[in-house]
Design a protein around this ligand. Structure first.
Ligand SMILES: Cc1cc2nc3c(=O)[nH]c(=O)nc-3n(C[C@H](O)[C@H](O)[C@H](O)COP(=O)(O)O)c2cc1C
Length: 300
């Protein structure tokens, strides 16, 4: 039997314990209620964009039969800024009524859009911002993949700077990254994040871009982008742990880490905490099992 997971304070963000949901599936009031009523320690909503998006067409999600991995090419479906202006106060209230902070994940298509989204969100007294700099599944009108912000150092620096200019350094902020296979790229982004005055934490990692799989009947598992989708689920765990381990070594100590990737049980949580994470998020296994995943982990 593992020791009980303890309350933590991540640079001002108070959590009853270190386990929360990861960004992706939580977009509507009913989803917020579901997480608020679960054993998760916080409610992570989004990612949201300025404009409403229906996401990519065709089959955009696949989970391998033994749940060893997920492949997704959702392309950030969400209801856009206007919807959240109408619903965010209620979402925050639901989370707070259950004693949980609400973290809003935002995804801009330019530094200005991140700033615009951050400003809107901060007006609704959310408890934290997660800047999703790592979405791999956004396709341009001509079908080409959009650049992943966290792989571009200038764009990342400009995004942090422009966002900070608009919302200051008061709002609790975490920056969500794509997984780096180039250790020098990871170090360069860590240096840029370390210089920013607005960043309290780094969330690592988003899905691994451009994975490819066949489904159980031998067809490509997801339709958009010629079948290239992004990898989540259990297969991501050693990659996520590696990102946490490396980032912990190079980031300033005051920037805390939220680990995500392949968490399905209490040992996975403990492994992330041992590698240097302060808290963790769960996405694929939440999609697989619903809020019961939090009960199971908290019980273990
Ligand atoms: C269907 C799906 C949708 C996702 N959408 C988002 C998103 O909107 N924003 C984001 O930052 N990450 C998104 N992610 C990435 C996850 O939050 C997480 O970083 C990644 O899947 C690794 O964690 P996991 O192994 O627990 O799934 C999504 C993942 C999945 C599977």
């Amino acid at each position: 039997m593992s020791e009980k997971l303890k309350p933590i304070n991540i640079n001002g963000l108070e959590l009853q314990h270190p386990v929360m949901n990861g960004a992706g599936p939580i977009k509507l009031l009913k989803h917020v209620r579901q997480i608020a009523e679960s054993k998760a320690a916080a409610v992570v909503v989004g990612s949201i964009t300025v404009e409403e998006r229906s996401g990519n067409a065709g089959t955009t999600y696949y989970v391998e039969a033994d749940k060893r991995f997920s492949l997704n090419s959702k392309g950030l479906p969400n209801y856009g800024i206007k919807f959240y202006q109408k619903n965010l106060s209620e979402m925050v209230k639901i989370a707070h009524d259950h004693g949980k902070p609400l973290i809003m994940s935002i995804a801009g298509f330019s530094p200005e859009e991140y700033a615009q989204l951050a400003k809107m969100v901060s007006e609704y007294k959310v408890d934290g911002l997660e800047l999703n700099l790592g979405c791999p599944n956004v396709l341009e009108k001509d079908g080409k993949q959009k650049e992943i912000t966290s792989f571009n150092q200038d764009l990342t620096g400009e995004t942090l700077w422009k966002t900070q200019q608009v919302v200051g350094s008061e709002i609790w902020t975490t920056v969500k990254l794509s997984p780096f296979s180039n250790p020098l790229g990871l170090m360069a982004i860590a240096a840029i994040i370390g210089e920013s005055k607005m960043v309290n934490a780094v969330t690592t990692t988003n899905t691994f871009p451009n994975a490819y799989a066949f489904n159980d009947v031998g067809s490509i598992a997801v339709d958009p982008n010629n079948g290239l989708g992004s990898l989540g689920g259990k297969a991501m765990k050693p990659i996520g742990l590696g990102q946490v381990k490396q980032l912990r070594e190079v980031l300033p100590a005051n920037i805390r880490l939220i680990g995500v990737g392949g968490i399905s049980n209490r040992k996975d949580v403990d492994d992330y905490l041992s590698a240097g994470a302060d808290a963790v998020q769960i996405t694929t296994e939440f999609i697989n099992f619903g809020p019961a995943i939090f009960d199971a982990i908290l019980r273990e």
